[in-house]
Write a protein that binds this ligand. Sequence first.
Ligand SMILES: Cc1cc2nc3c(=O)[nH]c(=O)nc-3n(C[C@H](O)[C@H](O)[C@H](O)COP(=O)(O)OP(=O)(O)OC[C@H]3O[C@@H](n4cnc5c(N)ncnc54)[C@H](O)[C@@H]3O)c2cc1C
Length: 384
Amino acid sequence: MTEAADVVVVGGGPVGAALALALADSGYAPVVLESRDPDVAAGDPRPLALSYGSRLILDRLGVWEGLEPATPIEGIHVSQRGGFGRVVLTAAEAGLPALGYVVHYARLHATLVQALTKRVPRSLNGARVTAVRPGDDAASVAFTLGGSEKTIAAKLVVVADGGTLENLIRVRQVDYRQAAVVTTVVSGMPHRNVAYERFTAGGPLAMLPCGERLALIWTMNSGRAQAFCELPADEFLVRLHEHFGDRLGAFTALGARSVFSLVFKFAREVVSLRTVLIGNAAQTLHPVAGQGFNLGLRDAWELAGEIVRAGRGALGGAAMLAAYRARRRSDRQGGMWFTDSLVRIFSNDIAPLRAARGIGLGLLGCFPPAKDFLVRRMTFGARG
Ligand SMILES: Cc1cc2nc3c(=O)[nH]c(=O)nc-3n(C[C@H](O)[C@H](O)[C@H](O)COP(=O)(O)OP(=O)(O)OC[C@H]3O[C@@H](n4cnc5c(N)ncnc54)[C@H](O)[C@@H]3O)c2cc1C
C-alpha cells in the first residue's frame, strides 16, 4: 500500500535534519527517511567550520545550545607555501563576534538527531531509499525498512542524501585526484583561535582551532594519502611542520588519522517534478573553503521558507520549485565557483602563477572593502 505525505526528506544527515527541524512546527509534518543508524555517524571524524551565519540558523532551529562549547574562530590566516603574500581576516575587523565556529560532524549530527527525535515524530532510521520517482501530482519514494519494501507518495520529495542516489538528475563530476588526511594535532604554540589556510603545490592544508588542539585537513594527491596515514606519528608530525612552517612551533601530539576522497560533484538542475535536491545531493564541494555544509544549511533554511510562503495548495508545484531555484541560484553558483577556483588556482607550483597569487593575497590584505566583501560572502552567502 502507498502511504501519502506532504513532504518526504530523503536522508537525515545534517542538511536533511535541519530542513525537517525548520518544518517541524509548520503544520507540514515532514517524514524523514534515513538509512543509517545514528551511532554510525558518531565515528565520523571530520571537523566542520561553521560560519557565523550558520550559527544564527542553528540558533533559530533551537540546536545551537547543544553544540556549545564550539571553538570560535576569531581570525583566519591565509598564505601559500614557497611564495610571498598573505592575508589575515579578523572577526574584530568584520564587526562579528566570531568568523565561525569549529564543531565535529559527529557532534553536529548527534545534536540534530536528538532534536529530530523530540520534534519530528516521523523520523525513521534504518529506512534505505531505493528510488525516487518525480511525478506531476506527487513524487514517489520507494524504501526498505525492517526487511519490508514500502512506498510513500508526497507533494514534495526533498533529496538530502549526500549525493548517493544515482541517475536522479544529471550530475557533473570533477575528480581533483586529491584526498584529505584528517586528524588533530597539538602545536608548540597556542592557536589563539586563529584558523590557518595554507596553499601548497599538492593541495591546501587547513588547521582549525578545536578546543586546545588543532583539527588538520591536509589535502594531497590521492595516491599519497593512505601512505601518509600509515607513517609513524613522529615522522608525520615532522613532515607536517615542514609543510606548514613555523607559525605554531613544532607539533607534539597526533590524533587518529582518516582519509576522505575529494570530488566536486553538482547537479545541473536542482529541481524536477515535485522533487528538489539540497545540500551535498545538489553540490558536493572540496572542503578547502569550508563551504559545503554552510551552503547546504542555507539550502535547507531557504527551502523551508519557500514551502511555508507557498502555502499548502502550492506545495511542491512548479511555481514553488522555480521560486526556490531562483532564490538559491547566485549563492549556489558563487559557492561552487569560489571553491573550485581556489582549488584550481592554488594547487600547482607554476612560478608566474605563484607570484600572481602572492600579489593577489597582498592586495586583498591591503584593501579592506575586498576583505569585508569576502567575509560577508563566506558568512552569509550571496544574499547576505
Ligand atoms: C574532510 C571534510 C571536511 C569538511 N569541512 C567542512 C567545513 O569545514 N565546513 C563546511 O561547511 N563543510 C565541510 N565539509 C562538507 C560537509 O561535510 C558536507 O557538505 C555536509 O556533510 C553535507 O551534509 P548533507 O546532509 O548534505 O550530506 P551527508 O552528510 O552526506 O548526509 C547524507 C545523509 O543521507 C543518508 N543517506 C544516504 N543515502 C541514503 C538512502 N539511499 N536512503 C536514506 N538515507 C540515505 C546518509 O546516511 C546520511 O545520513 C567537509 C567535508 C569533508 C569531506
